[in-house]
Design a protein around this ligand. Sequence first.
Ligand code: PRX
Length: 649
Amino acid sequence: MSFPYQIKSFEEYLEQYKISIEQPEKFWGGVAENFTWKKKWDKVLEWNFKEPRVRWFEGAKLNITENCLDRHLADKADQPAIIWEPNDPSQKNRILSYRELYISVCRFVQVLKNNGVRKGDRVCIYMPMIPELAIAVLACARMGAIHSVVFGGFSAQSIADRIEDAKCNIVITADGGNRGPKDIRLKSVIDEALQKTSYIQKVIVCKHLGNEVSMISGRDVWWHDELAKITQDEMPAETMDAEDMLFILYTSGSTGKPKGVVHSCAGYMIYTTYSFVNVFQYKPGDIYFCTADVGWITGHSYTIYGPLCAGATTIMFEGIPSFPDAGRFWDIVDKYKVNIFYTAPTAIRSLMGFGTEPLKNKSLQSLRVLGTVGEPINEEAWHWYDENIGRHRCPIVDTWWQTETGGIMISNLAGISHGKPSYATLPLPGIIPLLVDEKGHPVPGSDAGKDGVFRRDAKGDTVSGNLCIRFPWPSIIRTTYGDHERCRLNYFATYPDLYFTGDGALRDAEGNYRITGRVDDVLNVSGHRIGTAEVENAINMYPDVVESAVVGFPHDIKGQGIYAFVTLNRQHHVSGDDKTGVSKMVNQVIGAIAKPDKIQFVSGLPKTRSGKIMRRILRKIAEGEMENLGDISTLVDPTVVEEIKAGRL
Ligand code: PRX
């Protein structure tokens, strides 16, 4: 399989970029010609950001799994599609060829159908990183069911909330999963979740750990028992409209509960594949390893869909970077001769802490391209990665994107455009970033697509602002499940006619973008997105809590840590148990990933006369910037600030 749309030089990038913004329909229509369609489109694009309403490839009929699987059977049936590396390196790995993956998916479609799943139904998937997770995802896509994958680290309550929001009536899970030295009992968490919601009729349980689980007759069935009833290896793919929903993935925002980001079939397929092939400069035969869990968007787009549509061999790793030792990623790289390696800055920073000892006797010669995603990469980590892993031979692509964007938006293209430490650099073709000030006015010199021409002649200094995108790309969020108004308000209402990312950014004189972090109340902890409001809601459920305020603070490894300021209605009797209690409550309501790193009990929070908590002050204190707190004279009780400063952890 060749990729006529693969960019081969910087000049070609500039040329393609220009075409993509001057003639987007021609550009994306041309890319789409390289995919398998049941019927081609009538119109490439129809859109407005007001409602918003974005429709790509209207009239087209397809199934994404025909592109991920069927089309590769002709020439890659025996090529590994998925290499699964277990948590424990002494256990046996598993390699699924494209033919085997195709058959497994076709068979599992029949299992889903036998268990009452119909096209359009929502299916909750709560599984460890094992091939069955990919099989479940692809089987849903093949039969037109909408998957909603929930990361294995979320709590029973979070799962129940997501099940209810998406109105799922089936869950696919496993008896458990391994993460480093820990066993995660996924089925027990599901059992607990299902006590909180009555939507679920069926639970399909994959045996992985082999531990005892309780099975409720009539509701719970074993994956392998159901599979044993299937006699056919083939199952035609359902015909989907281009804009039919492909999946829902929940993500945190600055307010309320996580929202279900919806992606649709055609645009998502085109954009994830296009970006995969171009950013990583994928070459047929490459072994590709993305360390992200499929519970997050990176796992959806760049462990499963993008690489498989491109016919790549993708590695799924069940474990963690530090188990059994801090050389594990590099052992995997050497074991499978990985060519492209994609991970998060937090993983790099945590491995840096172990020094170069774990790198001894690792060859790493197979590596050609390195990537990072999920949070800004600090220069130190960038250089460590470049020197110790890439050995100054491998370009590092710093890929900026979001759950809502579906695919990589701003990034250098490996070996084609230059990387610059801590800069995501340039937009991909089709992406028109724009920086705006607080009032929504474009920041002069920040527009990559002004007059339809990519500007590399911008004079003067680096400019900064809030990062927006001016024009739709194929994998843009279509809606938030069940609440379109929320989608409009969150992303399209802050600045008229722009998609607002929630991130701040700088743009240097050469047009490179540097993402500086969220400008809203969303934290990025170890590359995981966590809403401060969500954490506060969880803390407030602990008995005797009056109120709380959660802010981020710089953390050496996690990027950001969570700092919670909490008031109890019995301030003089706070004990160590309260700290544990608050932490446990967050664990129970959201999951371990949201547990605060620091909990400071205070007698009051700094508030304005209108009752608004002055987070700016708390943020500064959490960051250790105690001197420059700005004007605190508008506070009802400025003395609380002194108390909070004195008790800072
Ligand atoms: O703040 C940006 C940060 O992660 C946010 C998106 O998080 P999520 O939807 O969970 O998706 C993460 C994986 C795509 C963004 O708003 N972010 C992501 N990539 C980068 C980044 N910040 C800086 N540099 C990046 N490369």
